[in-house]
Design a binder for this molecule. Structure first.
Ligand SMILES: [Zn+2]
Length: 644
């Protein structure tokens, strides 16, 4: 008998002895990080509201209770009874019964009303029908990503349970090593921006944190084949943790499955959906540009199947000696500062991922309050000594000025933007500016994946800034549903019409002008001196965006590609105005990064400054060392640090 089985037997005995004698336990299983307790008396369990919480704190495990399949009422009957319990205003759009696990997934427009105060309605459902309810939000704007991910996971349910059971056994295996150390190996994004990837290792466990590509630099990937990484075989990695969905952190996660990895990916639920959207688009863009991508859509599906979503604040066992907790990072939807607690009080490491320290229109500022942290791995995108951004209110004023001036010339404003994050921030600025009369009302066209990414934002309002979340809950105030927003969904013909038409604003991917429909807009409007190209986000070295920013105005048509109308010969004259309005970045600026560290509770002993060019990481590292008396480093790629 394996030790995990012994452990489960012991747990079953312990749980049985803790429960009142009229509640029976039929089996106990691990599913991923959770302990699932099957009972023949789910209704009695639900009647004693506090029982699960008490068990969870006693056993220090995340516990889910499910009915033994033998006691379930028929779905048709349960459906009727559930609809009687749930208030009509909740707007239930779908009920999906899974007899194998006794779960019923309830999709509703207002999930809060299905949950009830402190979960009271959920308990009422179980008390009435015995099934275990799970609630998901009906997207207020239809999202093909959300519905595809949900139906895919439904279809793969059996596979997924096998995966979760296997992961559960991995997590709860017996610790084999008496040695104690914690190491971090840098596989990318050191003294550069892009291809974020790290290995966090202990004698027992190896965790890969992020696995991104490098925009503008074809074929460059993290040093995945280093002996510390996949060099020892993909099966030696226990878990992958994804801080957020931007491609410079997520693009090569599916590649791991091509290499034979088949373990879990921990991320938030919106990160899972956004990763699906962005990696599929990454494949699409590569195909359109005639490049052969490193993996196929099959591997994206594998990655999604292996995601274990966690919410902010959930303390989760991900290995015998590692607990992971995500906290809001304020950067993009679902982005997470990832905190690792190693051993029983042995050591703590926090990876910032990308952060924004102050509140923005979209998100609350990054969390920097932890029970303990000895080492912080900190992004340094704007860590340079002069990397101070304009105050956002000033930036908004400048943007509105540029829009007004362009409008008066009868021109069009083209804004290259990341689909995820800055686009929605700019949408909120434009919606308010038009509503308050600061700028004239005009159509705002959303091209590329911006519309879809916006729909995903409205599916997970819990991850947005408090007041924005409240507005989305009230449908008539949802700013993303404002009528000036138009989804460019009819391709080149529609673009031509817009380009020939009235003054307007165009938000288009890609954010660094490295491909996608922005190329087409350059082709249409680049020669027009009355129009304006406005950069609102970071332009990495080597990207076309950076070169245009630096004054390049004769662009070889080979650069703009077929989408920009290029035939590979001659040049495109860029006559349109070019403006840069910073201050909308999803990244903390130098002051924000310093404030994040300065006000961090507790103050870390060591800081690794990563994810910034050479100058930024070194500047930030030496400033933190001088000002806050901590050990700081600006590592290169492929360095290993030993802590403890
Ligand atoms: Zn990012």
């Amino acid at each position: 008998m394996s030790t995990v089985e012994q452990q489960l037997d012991d747990l079953e005995a312990q749980i049985t002895s803790e429960l009142p004698s009229d509640i029976s336990v039929s089996s106990v299983k691990y599913e991923g990080p959770e302990l699932v307790v099957y009972t023949r008396d789910p209704k009695k369990f639900a009647q004693q509201g506090d029982l699960i919480r008490q068990l969870a704190s006693k056993l220090r495990k995340r516990i889910t209770v499910r009915p033994d399949p033998s006691v379930l009422s028929r779905p048709e009957q349960a459906r009727e009874e559930i609809m009687n319990v749930v208030p009509e205003d909740a707007g239930v759009t779908d009920l999906d019964f899974h007899a194998d696990t006794g779960e019923v997934v309830i999709e509703a427009e207002k999930p809060g009303m299905v949950i009830g105060r402190h979960g009271s309605t959920l308990r009422e459902i179980t008390k009435t029908v015995g099934w275990t309810p799970e609630v998901v939000r009906t997207p207020p704007i239809e999202s093909s990503t959300v519905s595809n991910v949900r139906s895919f996971l439904k279809q793969e349910r059996d596979d997924r349970r096998d995966i979760l059971e296997k992961v559960g056994r991995q997590i709860h295996r017996e610790e084999m090593s008496d040695d104690e150390y914690v190491r971090i190996t840098t596989l990318g994004c050191c003294r550069e921006v892009g291809r974020a990837s790290f290995i966090l290792s202990t004698p027992e466990t190896r965790i890969l944190v992020d696995c991104g590509d490098k925009p503008g630099a074809e074929g460059e990937v993290p040093y995945l084949h280093a002996p510390e990484a996949l060099g020892a075989g993909p099966q030696t990695i226990d878990a992958v943790v994804l801080t957020h969905a931007h491609l410079d952190h997520s693009a090569l996660i599916p590649l791991l499955f091509k290499y034979g990895y088949d373990g879990p990916i921990y991320c938030t639920e919106p990160t899972r959906d956004l990763m699906g959207l962005l990696t599929l688009d990454y494949l699409d863009v590569a195909a359109k540009e005639g490049r052969s991508p490193p993996y196929e859509s099959e591997q994206v599906r594998e990655a999604i199947k292996h995601c274990i979503p966690l919410e902010y604040g959930d303390v989760t066992d991900i290995a015998p000696d590692v607990k992971l907790t995500f906290h809001n990072a304020g950067h993009i939807l679902g982005s997470a500062v990832s905190h690792f607690h190693i051993g029983d009080g042995l050591y703590n490491v926090a990876f910032s991922g990308d952060i924004h320290y102050d509140d923005t229109r979209l998100f609350n500022g990054a969390v920097n309050d932890f029970p303990r942290v000895e080492t912080l791995v900190l992004e340094s995108t704007y860590g340079g000594r002069n990397d101070y951004q304009t105050d956002q209110a000033d930036s908004e004023r400048t943007l509105k000025e540029v829009i007004k001036e362009t409008y008066e010339k009868d021109g069009k404003v083209v804004i290259p933007a990341f689909a995820v994050g800055r686009s929605q921030e700019i949408m909120l600025v434009l919606e308010e500016a038009m509503r308050s009369g600061d700028i004239p009302e005009m159509p705002v066209h959303l091209d590329g994946m911006i519309w879809e990414a916006t729909a995903i934002h409205t599916t997970y309002p819990e991850y947005l800034r408090d007041d924005l979340r409240d507005r989305i809950f009230h449908e008539d105030e949802n700013p993303f549903l404002a009528e000036q927003f138009n989804h460019i969904d009819a391709g080149e013909e529609e673009r031509q019409e817009v380009a020939d038409g009235e003054p307007c604003i165009i938000l288009s991917t890609s954010g660094m002008v490295t491909g996608g429909p922005i190329m087409s807009w350059l082709g249409h409007l680049g020669p027009d001196p009355d129009s304006t190209l406005v950069f609102v986000g970071y332009q990495a070295q080597g990207t076309l965006g950076r070169r245009i920013q630096n004054g390049w105005d004769e662009i070889p048509t080979s650069e703009v590609g077929a989408m920009g109308g290029g035939d590979g010969r001659g040049t495109l004259s860029l006559n349109m105005g070019v403006e840069t309005v910073d201050g909308f970045s999803g990244h903390a600026d130098r002051a924000g990064l310093e404030n994040f560290v300065k006000t961090m509770n507790p103050r870390p002993e060591k800081v690794l400054c990563v994810h910034g060019d050479e100058r930024s990481t070194q500047d930030l590292s030496s400033a933190l060392y001088h000002d806050y008396d901590m050990r700081t480093f600006a590592p290169k790629n492929l360095e290993t640090f030993r802590f403890l």
